[in-house]
Design a protein around this ligand. Structure first.
Ligand SMILES: Nc1ncnc2c1ncn2[C@@H]1O[C@H](COP(=O)(O)OP(=O)(O)OP(=O)(O)O)[C@@H](O)[C@H]1O
Length: 127
């Protein structure tokens, strides 16, 4: 009897663990989808499929971002949102852009979501 109860308890534990992992995975998927839509991911995907050079311009190194924002200088701050500060950046081709530096907690969350992406996607992100 005791053994049977023990087995049920252990089984319940693993079932709960499995369900909790599934829920976490589903939440992460929904969050990814939310940011994809919020950040005009569909439009970008469309542009990229039509013009490869746009895709090249969308990958900007941290070094270039630091240079463009003068190392995230205070005078370049445009405003802040819940997820980070937005800076005015001037790229080497003189394009003026707005760049958001995510807050630490959001960067961690972003990174953990990125780690779940296939490695060929991950390799394009350096920050
Ligand atoms: N392209 C831009 N040009 C000028 N200012 C900008 C630009 N984008 C953002 N800002 C400034 O930065 C502030 C924050 O913008 P952001 O897009 O981060 O807002 P948010 O969506 O409310 O932020 P979050 O998602 O982090 O809560 C804006 O209120 C605005 O002052």
């Amino acid at each position: 009897m005791g053994v049977a109860i023990g087995a049920v308890v252990i089984l319940s534990f693993f079932i709960a663990l499995f369900i909790s992992k599934k829920i976490k995975h589903r939440r992460a998927q929904m969050l990814k989808r939310h940011f994809f839509l919020k950040n005009r991911g569909q439009l970008l995907q469309q542009l990229v499929s039509q013009r490869a050079d746009i895709a090249e311009r969308m990958v900007i190194t941290l070094e270039e971002i630091e240079k463009a924002t003068n190392n995230f200088d205070k005078t370049r701050e445009l405003g802040g949102g819940g997820h980070g500060m937005v800076y005015k950046g001037i790229l080497s081709d003189l394009h003026v852009v707005a760049m958001k530096k995510p807050k630490k907690w959001f960067r961690r969350r972003l990174m953990s979501s990125l780690m779940r992406l296939p490695s060929y996607h991950r390799s394009t992100i350096e920050m």
